[in-house]
Write a protein that binds this ligand. Structure first.
Ligand code: K2U
Ligand code: ZN
Length: 159
């Protein structure tokens, strides 16, 4: 069953908060799995390549990253959506790249944003397994954009 949630818009307080970490007791719970499912349904409905829980009014540290080719990034890799709980960016490459971004919370706006070309990120899966991995290019950009949402930062603050 698909659930599309309303998406918070620029200017709404929820988007300016520092989201709370998911606690140990929430890993593997029906609640966390349902949250991820509804975030994914909402992201896909809005043709997003990522989404953060605060965008659906849940101020918790959960993001989804789902790069796919699109008009602005035709050579973006097609990747299975990855749900990241309590993501922490451990390292940013010194190399930065400027690229166009949009946001489900800032419709009809696009802007050039500088992001690290490559990042090292550590996160937990929905079941609590710790993962440490690297992303580069467009997927790295999406991760940085989504982690910004968890820290109350919108891409328009960086343009
Ligand atoms: O977090 C969001 O609002 C989702 C954004 C993610 C995004 C991050 C970085 C660069 C572009 C998008 C939405 O997917 S906005 C729709 C979109 C999709 C592909 C390219 C540009 C904009
Ligand atoms: Zn956004």
């Amino acid at each position: 069953m698909q659930t599309i949630l309303p998406v918070a818009q620029c200017g709404e307080a929820i988007l300016t908060l520092i989201a709370a970490p998911i606690s140990e007791s929430e890993f593997g719970s029906a609640w966390l799995n349902t949250l991820a499912d509804t975030m994914q349904d909402t992201m896909l409905e809005r043709n997003g390549v990522g989404i953060a829980a605060p965008q659906v009014y849940i101020s918790k540290r959960v993001i989804i990253v789902a790069s796919r080719p699109n008009p602005r990034y035709p050579d973006a890799p097609e990747m299975d959506a990855v749900v990241m709980v309590n993501p922490e960016i451990l390292a940013f490459s010194s190399e930065v790249v400027s690229g166009e971004e949009g946001c489900l919370s800032v419709p009809n706006e696009r802007g050039q944003v500088q992001r690290a070309e490559k990042i090292t990120i550590r996160y937990r899966t929905l079941n609590g397994k710790a993962v440490e991995t690297e992303f580069s290019g467009f997927p790295a950009r999406i991760v940085q954009h989504e982690v910004d949402h968890l820290n109350g930062v919108l891409f328009v603050d960086r343009v």
